[in-house]
Design a protein. Structure first.
Length: 240
């Protein structure tokens, strides 16, 4: 079951839940195992309408942090937000690791401990192992160098304007790739021309070398004839 499919029961409930009951609906969705994307719930008409109520507003803001925020965002606004359960805390920290891995695949333990407010290395490794077990991320723990190497992760909800940023990044990458391919193609052309020139030079060298060999062979044959002819003539003159 995909992460979006696991949200479906809460989306169905959101169609019938009214008023302050949406606060509990949000709490249940944030606590549910395997639910890591929340945009559809965040944009659900009944939830949006209830978000203006004082009893629901803090939970709606908390839901927004789970969409594309981090544990640090929660800590900075903790005073006006609901208290997280243990399951919610771990989930938000998992999501925070995903966000951090967008900037760097290698995450040092000390940086993670500071960002996630985890004093002990063992607790950090337990959190990471839980994320690996759930398939939230794929990576390796490097205990020798005290760092996490992230190879891939599940996707998070898109931040506002993130799609535009992604498209801009893809366009920049495409233009850069086009320029790089042009440079490579030019180098290939130069190498082919150089190889052709070297081939011609090698062929010319072989032709000249063959001429020299033929000349040497011819000179040897002429010398041999002279040597053979010389003694015979001297013998005939003596005989006379």
């Amino acid at each position: 079951m995909s992460h979006s499919q696991r949200l479906q029961p809460f989306l169905l409930l959101s169609k019938s839940v009214k008023g302050i009951a949406n606060a509990k609906l949000i709490q249940d969705a944030l606590s549910a195992p395997g639910v890591h994307v929340f945009t559809e719930l965040y944009e659900s008409p009944n939830v949006v309408q209830a978000s203006t109520l004082p009893e629901v507003a803090p939970y709606y803001e908390l839901l927004g942090i789970f969409l594309y925020g981090t544990f640090r965002d929660y800590k900075e606004n903790e005073a006006r937000l609901p208290t997280l359960t243990t399951a919610q805390t771990n989930k938000l920290k998992h999501l925070s690791i995903i966000t951090l891995s967008e900037k760097s695949q290698v995450l040092p333990y000390d940086a993670l401990q500071a960002y996630l407010d985890i004093p002990h290395v063992r607790d950090l490794e337990d959190l990471i192992m839980d994320a690996l077990y759930q398939g939230i991320l794929i990576g390796k723990l490097d205990q020798h160098h005290a760092q996490l190497y992230v190879m891939s992760t599940i996707g998070r909800d898109l931040r506002p304007n993130q799609m535009d940023e992604t498209m801009d990044a893809l366009m920049a990458w495409s233009e850069s790739t086009t320029r790089l391919l042009a440079v490579i193609q030019n180098k290939i052309g130069l190498l082919e021309a150089s190889a052709m020139e070297n081939r011609q030079q090698r062929d010319e060298y072989q032709i000249e070398l063959e001429k020299v060999r033929q000349d040497v062979k011819s000179n040897k044959e002429q010398t041999k004839k002279k040597v053979d002819y010389g003694p015979s003539r001297e013998y005939n003159m003596k005989k006379r």
